[in-house]
Write a protein that binds this ligand. Structure first.
Ligand code: ADP
Ligand code: MG
Length: 312
């Protein structure tokens, strides 16, 4: 391979909105036969908003939102941002303007905050002098912390997930109190990108820490079979999914945006990050899709093939 043609290739990549780390990246791009897509922020916009609050009998949606919003205010996760923003909105409209001027903190204080990556958050939220031990996240995290499941709330969570939304459980003082449903939207270009990957001979797959119902719904919106959807994966298992596919003889591209994706991006034969993604994801990747549009990943594959054909 003449370096000149590869350099021309990376220059052409820049015009297509591809930041390519080095000319040699185009070689691995050409060999890829499987493309693994992170869900939130990669296939979807990653900008979550609140869709609903379901509660146990003894609490109100406002109480659940207030306590959950306070705890999530300490987390950086897109789910947390949606819940905290909704709680601040709700609390602010409930207070007189004079109160607001006196104390800008509308949400109760949090201590002992703990983030369990890929599972949820926990900590102490103090409301009117009462300290509550709060847990928010996946059923697995609540189970781990000894909170018993509750059938009617589980049903609410399952039906929200069936439409591609994400339901998180909210518990305090050892009891499940509610389910908060959040969601974002599938990017307009994601389904077209999946069709392009297939026509280039690649096998597209979806990989997420979100629950299976939500993941399958998003998969079907972009044309993926449930068999090609891998869900409820912990951050460390994103890497082992990539290495397992490689052990099966596949040459794997991984596309992601989050802190949770960085190790998988580095382990893949080709790592692609979203322009709006986290710094760690961008650093761990070989190519950054500047506009965050998955069709640019198909452009990268086509570019690598035409560049290397020129060289031969
Ligand atoms: P993804 O693979 O979609 O980027 P993550 O691995 O970050 O997802 O999270 C997986 C799941 O863990 C989420 O769908 C959610 O159920 C739960 N979770 C993670 N962080 C939080 C949080 N701050 N609040 C509530 N739930 C959370
Ligand atoms: Mg993501």
């Amino acid at each position: 391979a003449t370096p000149t043609a590869l350099l021309v290739g990376t220059g052409r990549g820049a015009q297509l909105g591809l930041l390519i780390k080095g000319p040699e990246v185009l070689e691995s791009t050409r060999r890829v036969d499987t493309i693994v897509l992170d869900k939130t922020g990669t296939v979807t916009t990653g900008r979550m908003s609140l869709h609903g609050v379901h509660t146990a009998e003894d609490v109100t949606p406002d109480q659940v939102l207030l306590i959950a919003g306070a705890l999530e205010g300490a987390s950086e996760h897109p789910i947390a941002a949606a819940i905290a923003a909704a709680a601040i909105d709700r609390a602010a409209t409930d207070r007189a303007a004079t109160d607001r001027a006196a104390s800008p903190n509308v949400l109760p204080p949090v201590s002992d905050f703990r983030n369990s990556a890929g599972l949820g958050v926990s900590g102490t939220v103090t409301v009117d002098g009462h300290a509550h031990s709060v847990v928010i996240g996946r059923p697995a995290l609540l189970a781990e912390l000894g909170v018993p499941a509750e059938d009617s709330l589980k049903a609410a969570a399952d039906s929200a997930a069936a439409t591609g939304r994400t339901a998180v459980m909210v518990a305090w003082d050892g009891q499940l109190r509610g389910v908060i449903v959040v969601g974002d939207t599938v990017k307009e270009t994601s389904a077209a990108a999946v069709r392009q990957f297939r026509s280039l001979g690649l096998r597209p797959m979806l990989l997420t820490g979100d629950n299976r119902g939500a993941a399958v719904a998003v998969g079907s919106a972009i044309g993926l079979d449930p068999a090609d959807v891998i869900a409820e994966v912990l951050p460390e298992d994103k890497v082992s999914t990539v290495t397992r596919l490689q052990a099966e003889g596949r040459v794997v591209a991984m596309v992601g945006d989050g802190v949770n994706d960085a190790a998988a991006l580095a382990a893949a034969d080709l790592g692609l990050s979203m322009g709006a993604g986290t710094d760690v994801a961008i650093e761990a990747s070989d190519i950054t899709l500047v506009r965050g549009d998955l069709t640019a990943a198909a452009d990268a594959i086509r570019l690598s093939r035409s560049t290397l054909r020129t060289i031969k």
